[in-house]
Design a protein around this ligand. Structure first.
Ligand SMILES: Cc1cc2nc3c(=O)[nH]c(=O)nc-3n(C[C@H](O)[C@H](O)[C@H](O)COP(=O)(O)OP(=O)(O)OC[C@H]3O[C@@H](n4cnc5c(N)ncnc54)[C@H](O)[C@@H]3O)c2cc1C
Length: 509
């Protein structure tokens, strides 16, 4: 029997995962990307430091939202080494001498947050209820069935569905917690990719989604050599399986009647036929290609804006943290530095960049100690490196034009470091840089904002989501599985996997 010819556009994590499953299902896969390498936003870049080339993570840095079964079934688990710090996360608020330690052990955490932040709420109930929601989501991931309100109510009941899915993050946090600091710590994920208010319907849902990875039981960790090894390896695995990968090949046009595309590739302008086309790109690219005559309503109604920046920092000697403990993995602990002390200020800073006049408003910094983790994994690098994920930027400027913002951020960071004089290289990327570098429409790391109307069951681009969730508009043989589809972005590949299962059903129907 003739094999189904599938063209996948976009070789980021989702295109790579979809290609892996579909090639193994017996289809004939061609995977193209306009970039000169695979990986999408999970790639490294070289910096020239003291005459040497040094690799750092340009986009993503840490791994955690991937499903364990995807990690194993794709073949990644047998080619990569990973490390998850067991060290408590360290959370610093302005004016506090000592950080709060986020212990894994529930009684230790209760005691710590009660002493440091005056928390008197029910953290255990928070985690227990969140776990129920996560189990429900994970079952849906594995079975490739997107969740909906009626199944959520059947399994979780009305109260949990309202609190954790359809409700606001503010109501969710107020239900379980009493201190502003605990609430801010938990609320970080709500605004992680874009300026989402804690009062938005469905903003509660971002919390369980961002904790729903199973590769490290909901925790985040590091890949030996750097997270870009994951997409590099998946590219190699796919090649061995027979996937035809063409980099430097940009999709220019789709003729959805004739099932052909025009590509700009190293061989010049080429034509290619397909039986099925899958967009593992951002949604704007996909909608423009398939709906170029009438600008789709879906495209104009969606919110795309992102507000996250990334500051890469390189040190010539290992960073000496002032908050270091005597635990062996203290150099690799996740660190969080808040610039605001109340939930109202947190909300204000998140939303401030929606106006025209603000370039940056300090909210929080998440510090990923990649160099420290590499040393623990015996991966010898000439320098130490950290990635600082920063909030809140507008879409106005590139990082190179925000020198004073970068200097202020470094000043804040250096308060926690004993050897700032060893810092030898830095680079700030803003949403505007992410838009240009990774083609994220509004610079959003999830391709579109995770907000009501475009999260949970609404995170799709199908005209018939009940029956064909990953379908693109009303095209029978066109699908979409980039970060803008359910559940969300991240180095997870869950949309790519779920979409591949729907495509397999379509081929066999
Ligand atoms: C700075 C930054 C930090 C991040 N940190 C983390 C982190 O630590 N952990 C985490 O899990 N996630 C992180 N993320 C988010 C994560 O990287 C993304 O959500 C994820 O990589 C998206 O994967 P994707 O496959 O959906 O899309 P992408 O990676 O965006 O891939 C889409 C691909 O489509 C290609 N493409 C687009 N148009 C065309 C065309 N016309 N023709 C051919 N190819 C085309 C693009 O070149 C691209 O390679 C971060 C992102 C950024 C930018």
């Amino acid at each position: 029997m003739k094999k189904t010819k599938i063209l996948i556009v976009g070789a980021g994590i989702n295109g790579l995962v979809a290609a892996n499953y579909l090639q193994k299902s017996g289809a004939d896969i061609t995977l193209i990307d306009q970039s000169d390498k695979v990986g999408g936003a999970c790639i490294s870049e070289q910096a020239r430091i003291n005459g040497e080339d040094f690799h750092y993570a340009l986009g993503a840095s840490v791994l955690g939202l991937m499903q364990d079964f995807i990690y194993k079934e794709t073949g990644l688990s047998s080619t990569l080494d990973t490390f998850v710090p067991s060290h408590p996360k360290l959370v610093h608020f302005p004016g506090e001498k000592h950080p709060a330690m986020i212990f894994r052990d529930a009684s230790e955490l209760d005691k710590e947050l009660s002493e440091k932040w005056g928390e008197t709420g029910d953290l255990r109930a928070f985690r227990e209820d969140e776990n129920k929601v996560i189990q429900y989501l994970q079952k849906g991931y594995k079975e490739a069935i997107p969740p909906n309100i009626s199944s959520a109510k059947d399994i979780l009941g009305n109260e949990l569905t309202q609190l954790w899915i359809t409700g606001t993050a503010r109501d969710l946090l107020n239900h379980y917690l009493t201190s502003d600091k605990s609430k801010m710590y938990m609320a970080m994920t709500v605004s992680e990719s874009g300026p989402v208010s804690l009062d938005e319907p469905y903003s509660a849902f971002t919390l369980p989604v961002m904790d729903s990875g199973s590769i490290f039981d909901g925790y985040y960790g590091f890949v030996k050599g750097g997270i870009w090894k994951l997409t590099e390896k998946l590219g190699e695995i796919n090649c061995k399986l027979g996937v035809k990968i063409h980099t430097s090949s940009k999709l220019l046009e789709v003729d959805s009647e004739k099932n052909t595309v025009i590509l700009d590739s190293p061989e010049g302008t080429t034509n290619l036929g397909y039986d099925v086309i899958i967009f593992a790109t951002d949604p704007k690219t996909a909608l423009n290609m398939m709906d170029s005559n009438k600008l789709s309503k879906m495209q104009t109604e969606k919110k795309y804006i992102g507000s996250s920046g990334k500051l890469n920092v390189v040190f010539k000697k290992p960073i000496q943290w002032r908050d270091a403990t005597n635990l062996s993995d203290t150099d690799a602990a996740f660190r969080f530095l808040f610039s605001v002390n109340s939930i109202e200020k947190f909300e204000e800073s998140t939303l401030s960049v929606l106006g025209q006049d603000k370039d940056y408003e300090p909210g929080y910094m998440q510090i990923y100690c990649e160099g420290g983790a590499m040393r623990i994994m015996n991966c010898n690098e000439p320098y130490d490196r950290i990635a600082v994920f920063m909030k809140n930027f507008s879409l106005n400027n590139k990082g190179e034009d925000l020198q004073s913002v970068k200097e202020d951020a470094l000043k804040k960071l250096f308060q926690y470091i004993k050897n700032p004089e060893d810092c030898i290289w830095t680079r700030l990327l803003t949403p505007k840089d992410l838009q240009e570098t990774f083609h994220f429409p509004g610079g959003n790391i999830d391709h579109t904002v995770l907000t009501g109307g475009q999260t949970f069951f609404d995170r799709n681009f199908s005209s018939d989501p009940e029956n064909h969730f990953y379908r693109l508009l009303d095209n029978e043989n066109a699908f979409i599985c980039g970060a803008g589809t359910y559940p969300c972005g991240s180095i997870a590949g869950t949309p790519g996997y779920m979409c591949s299962q729907e495509v397999i059903k379509y081929i066999n129907s």
